[in-house]
Write a protein that binds this ligand. Structure first.
Ligand code: AHG
Ligand code: MN
Ligand code: MN
Length: 339
C-alpha cells in the first residue's frame, strides 16, 4: 500500500526515547526484552491445546488459588528474559510471594519490574483470551545495590511504563511510557509487533459494563443501584460483557468505551484484583488513553501500597462511567450513615 509505514514496537520505543535527550536507552531495552518474552509466551499459549502443558499442577500460588502450568511457564519465562539485561534491580510476580532478586552474576540496574505473568488463567482450557500485565518503576534505594521491597511498593503514579499483552484472536501488546497509550499487533509472519493502534483514546462515555454479576447479593447497595440504573433508567440500556480475563475485558472496553469493575463486596472487602501488578498498570494505561481508574473513592494510582500482593476494588474505563459509579457509591454511603 503506498504510504504505509511499518512501525515496529522497537522503533516506536526508540523514537519515543529520542524525544528525551536525557534518556539512556535502558527503558527501550527493557520494553524490547519484555516484547521478546511476550512472543515466546504467545507461542506457548497458541499451542496450549496441542501439548501436555494445560492442566493443574499440584501447586497453589500465594493466594491459595490453584495454579495452572502455563502460569508457571509465563512466570519463569519472564524471569529468564528479564534477569540478565542489566537494567533491573528487583522483580515481583503474582506467582511468587517474595520479591525476586537479580542473580549475583548479573549486573544490577535502576529499574523495577512487577508482573502478572498470565491473567485470566481459568480461561486457558476454553481457548478464551488471556494476557500478561507489567509495571515498571525507577528504584528508590541506592544504585548498584540489590533492589528492595521498598523499590516495589511505590504508588502507581510513580510508574515510568506499563503494558499488557492480550493473547486473543491475535496477540496484541499495549504499552504506555507516559506519552499516550499505543497498541501493536504481532504479525505471525514476521514475528514483529507492528503499530496497529496509535494514541488510543477511550470514549469519554461507553455503552458496556463488565463485572461478575453472579456476586450480586454480596454487593454494596450503591453498586446494586448503579447497575439497575444502567439496565432500567436509560433509554438505551448498557450491554453486559464479561470475559473473566481483566486484560481482555479492559482492552475491549478501552476500544469501544465502557466500564470494568471488580468491586469490594461482603465476602471480599478489598475486591479480588491486585494493586501492584494488575490495577496500577491497567490504571496507568487507561489514564494515558483518557480514561479513569479508581477504587470507588480515590484514584488507583494515588494509593500507597503496603504489601506486594494487596488487593483493591477496581472501577476502570471511560471517565464519565467511572465518575458515575463513584457517585452512586458515595450517595449510598450517605444514605446508610447513622444519624
Ligand atoms: P489471574 O488469572 O491472574 O488470577 O486473574 C484472574 C482475575 C481477572 O483476570 C478476572 O477479571 C477475574 O480474575 C475474574 O474473577 P471472577 O471469576 O471472580 O469473576
Ligand atoms: Mn490476574
Ligand atoms: Mn495471573
Amino acid at each position: 500500500m503506498p504510504g504505509t509505514r511499518y512501525m515496529t514496537l522497537q522503533r516506536h520505543i526508540i523514537e519515543g526515547e529520542r524525544r528525551h535527550p536525557e534518556a539512556t536507552g535502558e527503558l527501550s531495552a527493557l520494553l524490547s526484552d519484555l516484547s521478546l518474552a511476550a512472543k515466546v509466551i504467545s507461542l506457548e499459549v497458541n499451542k496450549a491445546g496441542l501439548v501436555d502443558i494445560v492442566g493443574f499442577t499440584d501447586d497453589t500460588n500465594v493466594h491459595g488459588e490453584q495454579v495452572k502450568k502455563l502460569d508457571i511457564f509465563a512466570h519463569e519465562m519472564l524471569i529468564r528474559a528479564m534477569d540478565h539485561g542489566g537494567h533491573l534491580c528487583v522483580m515481583a510476580s503474582e506467582e511468587e510471594e517474595n520479591i525476586i532478586h537479580i542473580p549475583r552474576k548479573h549486573q544490577i540496574g535502576k529499574y523495577v519490574l512487577l508482573f502478572d505473568p498470565l491473567d485470566g488463567s481459568s480461561n486457558i482450557d476454553a481457548n478464551v483470551s488471556i494476557g500478561t500485565i507489567f509495571s515498571i518503576y525507577k528504584r528508590v534505594s541506592p544504585e548498584h545495590t540489590p533492589g528492595t521491597l521498598e523499590d516495589c511498593l511505590q504508588k502507581g503514579d510513580k510508574q515510568v511504563a506499563a503494558g499488557y499483552v492480550v493473547y486473543g484472536s491475535s496477540t496484541i501488546m499495549v504499552y504506555t511510557a507516559g506519552e499516550g497509550t499505543h497498541g501493536f499487533t504481532l504479525d505471525p509472519a514476521f514475528g514483529e509487533f507492528l503499530l496497529s493502534h496509535e494514541s488510543i483514546q477511550i470514549p469519554s462515555q461507553g455503552k458496556i459494563y463488565s463485572l461478575n454479576e453472579g456476586n450480586y447479593k454480596f454487593w454494596h447497595p450503591g453498586l446494586k443501584r448503579y447497575i439497575k440504573y444502567l439496565q432500567e433508567d436509560l433509554n438505551k440500556p448498557y450491554s453486559a460483557r464479561y470475559i473473566g480475563s481483566m486484560v481482555a475485558d479492559i482492552h475491549r472496553n478501552m476500544l469501544y468505551g465502557g466500564i470494568f469493575m471488580y468491586p469490594a463486596d461482603a465476602r471480599n472487602p478489598k475486591g479480588k484484583l491486585r494493586l501492584m501488578y494488575e490495577n496500577n498498570p491497567m490504571a496507568f494505561i487507561i489514564e494515558q488513553a483518557g480514561g479513569r481508574a479508581s477504587d470507588g473513592k480515590q484514584r488507583i494510582m494515588e494509593i500507597q501500597p503496603e504489601n506486594l500482593h494487596e488487593r483493591t476494588p477496581l472501577y476502570i474505563g471511560s471517565k464519565e462511567d467511572v465518575l458515575m459509579v463513584e457517585k452512586f457509591l458515595a450517595e449510598a454511603e450517605v444514605l446508610s450513615a447513622p444519624g
